[in-house]
Design a protein around this ligand. Structure first.
Ligand SMILES: Nc1ncnc2c1ncn2[C@@H]1O[C@H](COP(=O)(O)OP(=O)(O)OP(=O)(O)O)[C@@H](O)[C@H]1O
Ligand SMILES: [Mg+2]
Length: 384
């Protein structure tokens, strides 16, 4: 039953207890929160309903204790005695609003549409599903309705998050980015409220894009009865919210991203009508990725992006980004080994083809063919 994660959770819980018992409740908070987060991860890793339940109960217990501590010795301590029950509930609300920022990022991403190499199919789908309805709302009246939910799925490191950021920087909209896993682990009991509040804000500030990364951690199909009441509630809330929040007239689109689409249950899948498959880059896309990820560095004249693209079949976008960083470091590493970098006048040689070949020895494709097949099958069955 022992795993590094379980051991870590146990250790954090033990530390929290000890501090708490020893009168250092405030110091204990951090450890309770870590333990609760780790337990929440464990819930996703185990299939055993009893264990899921146990982890859930424990996590809830720690979170409740954290709330107690915050209520008793938190920042509101001075006012605690005079505050009525209404006031304290407002405080909790304020706290939620404050904490919304820890899992929900409101940002203007700076990935440009032109910095997205390849992915023509995915780009077109997102143009139709998000960019056009937001830039030309007049065209999407009556029966020609924009999609409310878009699901981006595909193997890790292929550009789901990256592409969504590019979409958001392309349209003049508010972009809310939520890590579903964080939402659940940090705000287990509260996440339902957070989701509601998030959509209320998104309506107020529409047009809005709400990006739920790792949506599978919210929409898991295998929950069953062990899923826990809080999980079920937040899921229901999200299902309703995606379908229509506010008057339904607002421009509001929810984009979910996942690299385990098979974990998403049917109800959730239905809400994400438009499905976009984001997969390994083609040879042309890889060529452009090499160009993008070596930008701003002088390269050796023997280096041909076209050649590099040929050598890297099966590499994901993230693999290529990593490969470039590694190869670009090589000339510097060489000089550093000689101690030559101390001399500020010495310049490293330009990175060459060989540096890239060498880096390919240590950086291999991270997506296996079997994994890829699984995505293709899901796509054939559910579209994208
Ligand atoms: N189309 C692209 N053009 C150029 N670079 C890209 C592209 N797609 C992804 N990248 C690079 O790959 C990195 C990883 O992409 P990203 O984080 O979007 O993958 P992901 O599909 O969201 O992965 P995960 O499933 O692990 O969240 C990006 O930070 C970016 O540097
Ligand atoms: Mg991602």
């Amino acid at each position: 039953m022992s795993s590094p994660l379980f051991d870590a959770a146990k250790k954090n819980a033990a530390t929290a207890y000890k501090l708490d018992q020893g009168g250092q409740a405030q110091q204990a908070v951090r450890y309770y929160v870590s333990a609760a987060e780790q337990l929440q991860k464990l819930i996703n890793f185990t299939d055993d309903p009893n264990m899921k339940n146990l982890y859930y109960q424990k996590a809830m217990e720690y979170i409740l204790r954290v709330k107690e501590i915050r209520g008793i010795v938190g920042p509101s301590e001075g006012r605690a005695s005079s505050s009525s029950s209404t006031a304290s509930s407002t405080e909790t609300e304020d706290e939620i609003s404050g904490e919304i920022s820890s899992v929900i990022v409101r940002e203007k991403p700076n990935v440009k549409w032109d910095d997205v190499a390849g992915m023509e199919g995915a780009k077109r789908a997102l143009r139709e599903a998000i960019i056009l309805p937001m830039t030309r709302p007049d065209l999407f009246k009556g029966a020609r309705k924009p999609w409310k939910g878009v699901l981006m799925f595909g193997p890790p490191g292929c550009g789901k998050t990256y592409l969504c950021k590019a979409v958001a920087s392309e349209v003049d909209s508010t972009f809310f980015s939520v890590s579903a896993a964080n939402l659940i682990s940090k705000w287990l009991g509260e996440s339902e409220k957070l989701v509601k509040e998030l959509y209320e804000r998104a309506v107020e500030e529409s047009p809005s894009i709400i990006f739920f990364d790792e949506i599978d951690s919210l929409a898991g199909a295998r929950g069953g009865s062990s899923e826990g009441e809080a999980m079920r509630r937040v899921k229901t809330q999200l299902l309703q919210a995606v379908e229509g929040f506010g008057t339904g007239e607002e421009l509001l689109v929810t984009v979910g991203a996942t690299n385990t689409p098979w974990d998403i249950d049917a109800a959730m899948r239905r809400r994400f009508e438009r499905r976009v498959y984001v997969t390994l880059p083609t040879i042309e896309a890889r060529q452009k990725m090499f160009q993008i990820h070596t930008r701003g560095v002088n390269l050796d004249s023997d280096l041909k992006f076209e050649e590099l693209a040929k050598y890297t079949a099966g590499y994901s976008a993230a693999d290529i980004a990593l490969l470039c960083r590694e190869a670009l470091m090589m000339p510097i590493r060489e000089l550093d080994a000689d101690g030559a970098l101390k001399d500020a006048t010495i310049q490293p040689r330009t990175p060459n083809f060989n540096d890239f070949l060498k880096s390919m020895e240590s950086i291999k494709p991270s997506v296996s063919p079997d994994e890829l097949t699984r995505f293709e099958q899901w796509k054939d069955q559910f579209g994208g």
